[in-house]
Design a protein around this ligand. Structure first.
Ligand code: AMP
Ligand code: ZN
Length: 504
């Protein structure tokens, strides 16, 4: 079945037909780097990460471009407040953005163009717009003349002729011919970063940046353009006006907009001051919990955030993690021949259930990326797997199929979870032995020798924790539990003790 995408331009779900067979060209507006990103920004970036991953999961080769706005009023203001340069502020928060995205497991863009490195490209587009009569210079600024572009308003549905609400005053309003005209180029003010141009020294406006860089890397007409719903007007409307007036072609085939994350019924935003930085959240919750929270709501719907919603997400995630735990646990006890084996009825039924779950998963994701429903298909598989493991695992001898069937269930969970960005192999570099040794030292554990392995250290730490609990030294037992969790060791208490593994 083909993928259907809700296109903000047509307000309908449309079948995805890409410009180039088997390839998707995709641009998502990136951050303005003047502060750390908050949970609301993270929602948008995570949603587009899931869309990208799913397109890759079904076999598309995706080219993903995401800009970094590193020249802007907000960056300049911040630099002035701090008594530093705009470049310093932008570099600091661009690096922080990359760290946050990595910590969330968001795939890096294929190309992450920075505005400051593309000013000549923007000047070229602005010059063409001036030459064509779509833009005009006024007092060192250059404005796009909205009345010159007949299709203005087609994305947002706004009819600017009838709108009187944008009454403006001040020096910028005086320089503009029409109230809806917007700046492509801003004349330099003292102490601001600036570039030479045919209109004197200045800097580009925000909207022209995205039109220029997306066309440069993806072509004049590309497949998908995304961003948060709050960008539809004016940002994306203006992007369309600039790009289409410039190229004479349709700019984008599918406009995708991600819903807002709200807190107490209000949009989480820097200006309202109700923000939770993603760094603060990740200090207390792991990335998969945050991702699970986002996956539980359709990407276009508003998501109302509360601390409870994070603990609910944690509980859902644990259902999948525990299932993996069960699989690994039984695999350890039932090493059997891998490869073609005779299947019992139970094994056959489970593999069939996984195939059905796969079909269900795809049909939900194909339907405008309905991740919440797709998760339901994974949970269905989890139930079937747990039943199988419970039945097979309760009595030896295990059937010869066990290892093979378990390997397939594991692959199912990792691949389908992976299509949503969950349970990626974060620990490819192996367990953090130094971290474990440090924790052992801090909690008074005596390692046997220098060659002690990561597994041995975990065992020793867990023995110490058991002993501490017996002695009612709860501060120590909690310190060990939290320390191990931070090092990616997942411990589960079971009837006759505990079991553990390195988390995926
Ligand atoms: P900004 O740095 O403010 O331009 O925002 C970067 C991205 O985050 C844009 O795609 C915004 O649409 C998006 N965004 C901002 N606030 C929220 C929110 N509360 N919920 C979801 N996305 C948001
Ligand atoms: Zn943009």
């Amino acid at each position: 079945m083909a993928i259907k995408i809700y296109n903000t331009m047509t307000r309908k779900k449309e079948e995805l037909v890409t410009r180039d067979d088997g390839k998707v060209s995709m641009y998502v507006c990136g951050p303005t780097v003047y502060n750390y990103i908050h949970l609301g920004n993270a929602r948008t970036f995570l949603n587009f990460d899931v869309i990208r991953r799913y397109l890759e999961f079904v076999g598309y080769k995706v080219t993903f471009v995401q800009n970094v706005t590193d020249v802007d009023d907000k960056i300049i203001n911040r630099a002035n407040e701090e008594g530093t340069t705009a470049d310093d502020v932008a570099t600091r928060y661009r690096t922080a953005f990359e760290e946050d995205m990595d910590a969330l497991g968001v795939k890096r863009p294929d190309i992450a163009p920075r505005a400051t490195e593309h000013v000549p490209d923007m000047i070229e587009v602005i010059s063409a717009l001036v030459d064509q009569g779509n833009a005009y210079e006024s007092g060192g600024d250059v404005y796009f003349e909205v009345s010159s572009f007949a299709d203005y308003g087609k994305l947002s549905g706004r009819n600017v002729d009838e709108q009187q609400s944008n009454i403006q005053c001040g020096p910028e309003a005086e320089r503009k011919r029409g109230t809806w005209d917007f700046a492509l180029w801003k004349a330099a003010k003292p102490e601001e970063p600036s570039w030479d141009s045919p209109w004197g020294p200045g800097r580009p406006g925000w909207h022209i940046e995205c039109s220029t860089m997306s066309m440069k890397y993806l072509g004049r007409c590309f497949d998908v353009h995304g961003g948060g719903l709050d960008l539809v007007f004016p940002h994306h409307e203006n992007e369309i006006a600039q790009a289409e007036a410039y190229s004479g072609e349709r700019f984008v085939k599918y406009w995708i907009h991600s819903g807002m994350l709200n807190i107490a019924q209000e949009k989480m935003s820097k200006s309202l001051g109700n923000i939770k930085m993603i760094r603060e959240v990740l200090a207390e919750h792991d990335a998969d919990t945050v991702r699970m929270l986002m996956l539980g709501t359709h990407y276009r719907s508003p998501l109302s955030f509360s601390d409870d919603s994070l603990s609910e997400a944690r509980t859902s995630l644990e259902r999948i993690q525990n299932c993996l735990f069960n699989i690994d646990d039984l695999s350890g006890r039932a090493p059997g021949p891998a490869g073609e084996t005779f299947l019992t009825d139970r094994g056959t039924a489970l593999l069939e259930a996984l195939e059905e779950a796969d079909t269900e998963f795809r049909s939900h994701m194909d339907d405008d990326f309905n991740s919440a429903a797709a998760l339901g298909a994974i949970f269905g598989a989890v139930r079937e797997i747990n039943t199988y493991v419970g039945e097979i695992g309760s009595a030896e001898p295990y059937p010869p199929e066990t290892a093979e069937v378990l390997a397939r269930t594991r692959t199912f969970l990792l691949e389908h979870g992976g299509a949503l960005g969950l349970m990626q192999e974060k620990r490819a570099e192996g367990p953090d032995i130094e971290g474990l040794a440090r924790l052992a030292q801090e909690t008074g554990v005596e390692p046997a020798g220098l060659e002690t392995s990561a597994d041995d250290l975990v065992e020793l730490l867990l023995e110490k924790r058991q002993a501490a609990r017996k002695e009612r030294e709860f501060a120590l037992s909690d310190q060990i539990r939290d320390g191990l969790a931070a090092l990616g060791v997942r411990v589960e208490d079971v009837r006759d003790g505990y079991r553990w593994r390195f988390e995926r």
